[in-house]
Write a protein that binds this ligand. Structure first.
Ligand code: TMP
Length: 229
C-alpha cells in the first residue's frame, strides 16, 4: 500500500497554486478609448487594431454601446429612438449594454489573454450621463461598478478635441447624442478632462486636434509603454 508523503501533498498544493497564478497572469490588457463626439476615436481604434494585427498580437476591437448581440439592439434604441427618453432610462440602457458586453465578450477575451480595445466604456457614462446630463457623479460611478463586475481598464486614452473643431467634423446625419450641440459638447470635454485629472495613472490625454497620423503616433507611444512594444 502506498502512502502519499506529507511533503508530496505540500508539493501538489503548491503546484496547483502555481497553475492558478499562471492562469491569472495570462489575463490580457483592457484598453478603452474615450472622447466627445467628433474626436476621431473610431478612426484611431481601427488603426491601432491594424497595428497590433500586423505585429501578430491577439486582440479584439469592440465598442459600447453595441458590442454584444443584445447590445446591438440596445444601440439602435439608444441612438435612434425618436420619442423622449428619461435621463435615468438612458443611463440604465447604457449600463445594461455594458453588463452584457463585459460578461459575454470582454471577460472571455481577457481570460484568453487577448488585448481588448474598447471604443467607449465606463467614462462615457460618467462624461455623458454625469457631466453632460447633470446626473450625480457618485451615483453613476456606483452603477458603473455594478455593471463591470470588477473588470477595470488597464489604460484609457481620452482623445481631446476643441468643441468647435469637433462640430465641424460631425457632418452627415446626427444621432440623438450628436444632435445635442456645442454647449453639450463643451460639458463633455470638461468632464473628460476632469476624469483624466482625477485618474492620472489610468487615463492619458491625447491631443486630437492634430492630424490623424500624429494622433496615432502619440497614442501608440502610450499603448507601447503598457504592452512593452
Ligand atoms: P459612438 O459609437 O458613435 O461613439 O456613439 C455612441 C454614443 O453614445 C455617443 O454619442 C456617446 C453615447 N454614450 C453615452 O452617452 N453613454 C455611454 O455610456 C456610452 C457608452 C455612449
Amino acid at each position: 500500500m502506498h502512502f502519499i508523503k506529507k511533503s508530496n501533498i505540500i508539493r501538489i498544493v503548491e503546484y496547483y497554486g502555481f497553475l492558478r497564478s499562471m492562469k491569472k497572469e495570462k489575463r490580457g490588457y483592457f484598453i478603452t478609448f474615450e472622447g466627445a463626439d467628433g474626436c476621431g476615436k473610431t478612426t484611431q481604434t481601427e488603426l491601432i487594431k491594424k497595428y497590433l494585427d500586423n505585429k501578430n498580437i491577439e486582440n479584439i476591437l469592440t465598442r459600447e454601446p453595441g458590442g454584444s448581440e443584445l447590445g446591438v439592439h440596445l444601440r439602435k434604441i439608444l441612438l435612434h429612438y425618436e420619442k423622449p427618453v428619461s435621463n435615468i432610462a438612458e443611463t440604465f440602457l447604457y449600463l445594461a449594454d455594458r453588463a452584457q458586453h463585459i460578461e459575454y465578450k470582454i471577460k472571455p477575451a481577457l481570460e484568453e489573454g487577448k488585448i481588448v480595445l474598447c471604443d467607449r466604456h465606463t467614462d462615457s457614462t460618467l462624461a455623458y450621463q454625469g457631466y453632460g446630463r447633470n446626473q450625480d457623479i457618485e451615483t453613476i460611478q456606483g452603477l458603473n461598478k455594478i455593471a463591470v463586475n470588477s473588470i477595470l481598464p488597464d489604460l484609457t486614452i481620452v482623445f481631446d478635441v476643441e468643441s468647435e473643431t469637433a462640430q465641424k467634423r460631425l457632418t452627415g446625419e446626427k444621432d440623438r447624442l450628436e444632435a445635442e450641440g456645442i454647449e453639450f459638447h463643451k460639458k463633455l470635454r470638461a468632464g473628460y478632462l476632469d476624469i483624466a485629472k482625477k485618474n492620472p495613472k489610468r487615463v492619458k490625454i491625447v491631443n486630437a486636434n492634430q492630424g490623424i497620423e500624429q494622433v496615432f503616433n502619440d497614442t501608440i507611444k502610450i499603448i507601447g509603454e503598457l504592452l512593452n512594444l
